[in-house]
Structure formats: C-alpha cells, structure tokens
Write a protein that binds this ligand. Structure first.
Ligand code: MF3
Ligand code: CO
Ligand code: CO
Length: 282
C-alpha cells in the first residue's frame, strides 16, 4: 500500500477507465492471488516461520507460471508481505517462529498476462484471542462496508467514510499513513484510496475503474512508524493491527471483486485444517 502524503489534495491525474477484456485480465490475476491465499491457510500454525510461508507463496506463484509483483519492487525481495501482531503492513518474512495466538496478515500481489492481482487476509497461529478476534472482525467488516458503497456516481470519500465510521464506532483506529491504490497493468496507480473521509468528497467513481481497498485498523491509536529496515510499519502504541485487501473493478451498477476466495476462506481464514485449536466458521 502506498504512503499517504497527507496533502489532502484530490488527484488530478487521470484515473484509468478499463473495458471488458481488461476485466477478464484482472479476473485471472485476482483468481490466482485468491487461490494462493486460500492454500496458504493450512501452513499457518504455531512454530511456523514467516520465511517458510513466503517460500510457499513464491513456489505457488512460480508453479502457476505467474510473476510476483513484489520481488524487485522498490528493492523489496519477497513474494509476500507478512505482518504479525503490531506490524501494520510491509512486514518482511523472516526466521522468527509464530507463537500461539499470533495474528498475521499475508499480502500477495501477482502478475498474470500483465495484469496485477493484489489481496491480503488475516490468519492466526494457534488459538485466537478475544481482542484479536474482534479486531479482525471489525477490520473485515470495514472492508465490506467500503466495497458496499462502490458504484458509478459514488465518491472515494464515500468509501473512506464507510470504513472509518464502522471502525471508530467500535473504538478502533484507522491507519492514515497508508492507503489503497488504483491498479491494472501497473501495481500502484492513481488515485490514493483513503480509508477515512467525508461523504461526497474525492473523485467520482466511474464504470471501468480498477483499485484496491485495504483498510488497516488498530486496536489502539492510528499512528504508525516505519522501522530502520525502511519497510516494516508498526503501530506507535504497539497495539494490534489488522488488514484485509481486495482488488475490485467498478461495474455498471456496483463492483466486481477480483480476489474473492474460491474456497470461501476470505473470512475468517483462521480455521485451518492443520490447526484444530482454531475456531470454526460461524
Ligand atoms: N501489496 C502491497 C499493497 O497492497 C504492496 C507491497 S509492496 C512491497 O499495495 F514491496 F512491500 F511488497
Ligand atoms: Co494494495
Ligand atoms: Co497488497
């Protein structure tokens, strides 16, 4: 997710409008991203490392004959970002073992025939704690409430407002420092998709726009800082953070979600087969 420059300025860059065959391209890229995120669920457990999870993601991208969009992106070297507990986003996979109750976001972006599929979900190692469960639920529902308002004529401010209202009603903090983005044949395109805002403000949505919505919600304050590795963003108050991301396209009367889970595992994906301690789907 790009940094928000906090200028508050509405983009004057052109937001690209896509046609029918472009939707078909995004559908394929999104489907692969979603399948990989489905399949990784069974590999998340206590004692697992995020480096191993990343290796599995990278192999799956290779096996599908696709490319990882993140390897080589601005010097990033991995096929996923894996953000554990108070890491907000851009967590770098490493050899540290997951502990019982750790929550993690896995964010994967692939390129299929030149089209970008970008999505992320939450997972848990071992037994999910009550507070973490609430955070994950509210974050997931915030994303869906944002997606719900997407249709031609609505504005990006409407999306941000829907997300912010739900998170703040639940006394959680919406991260301002990172945002969603346009995408398509490139990874990050205009506009910046803010996860907070006022109804009726910002660019007007039009059929054929492609972008991500990827709210990061904290149990505590919204402020973040980036660690000296120049990637890892964490909550300043060390509170837990969660995120879900979909890539979507605006249709005649709503939107198409390109990264829907084929196995119905988008939420919650934490009832992994390998993890009998995990709660079952409601
Ligand atoms: N997938 C992230 C996003 O949602 C971007 C990751 S860039 C990386 O926009 F270099 F950190 F991988
Ligand atoms: Co994104
Ligand atoms: Co992403």
């Amino acid at each position: 997710m790009p940094m928000n420059d906090h200028s508050g300025k509405i983009t004057h860059e052109q937001i690209r409008i896509h046609g029918k065959s472009d939707f078909a391209g995004m559908r394929k890229a999104g489907a692969l991203t979603a399948r990989i995120l489905d399949e990784i669920a069974d590999h998340v457990f206590t004692g697992q490392t995020t480096a191993e999870l990343n290796r599995i993601v990278e192999n799956k991208v290779d096996q599908a004959g696709a490319r990882s969009a993140t390897i080589g992106y601005r010097g990033y070297r991995h096929a996923s970002c894996i953000s554990v507990n108070h890491v907000v986003c851009h967590g770098i996979p490493g050899e540290k073992k997951l502990k019982d109750g750790d929550i993690l976001n896995i964010d994967v972006t692939v390129i299929v025939d030149g089209w970008f599929g970008d999505s992320s979900r939450m997972y848990v190692a071992g037994k999910l704690g009550r507070k973490a469960e609430r955070l994950i639920q509210v974050t997931h529902d915030s994303l869906l409430k944002g997606i719900d308002v997407v249709k031609p004529g609505a504005t990006f401010g409407d999306i941000g407002h829907a997300i912010q209202s739900h998170a703040e009603k639940n006394r959680m903090g919406v991260v301002r420092d990172f945002c969603g983005h346009g995408l398509g044949r490139e990874f990050h395109l205009p506009p910046n998709v803010l996860h907070y805002g006022k109804p009726g403000t910002g660019p007007v949505l039009q059929e054929g726009m492609f972008f991500t919505i990827e709210p990061m919600i904290n149990l505590g304050r919204p402020e973040t800082k980036v660690l000296p590795d120049n990637w890892t963003a964490v909550t300043r108050d060390k509170s837990l953070s969660a995120q879900f991301e979909h890539s979507i396209g605006v249709t005649k009367d709503g939107c198409e979600i390109f990264t829907l889970s084929p196995g119905g595992r988008f939420h919650p994906t934490w009832q992994s087969k390998s993890d009998p301690a995990a709660p079952q789907l409601p």
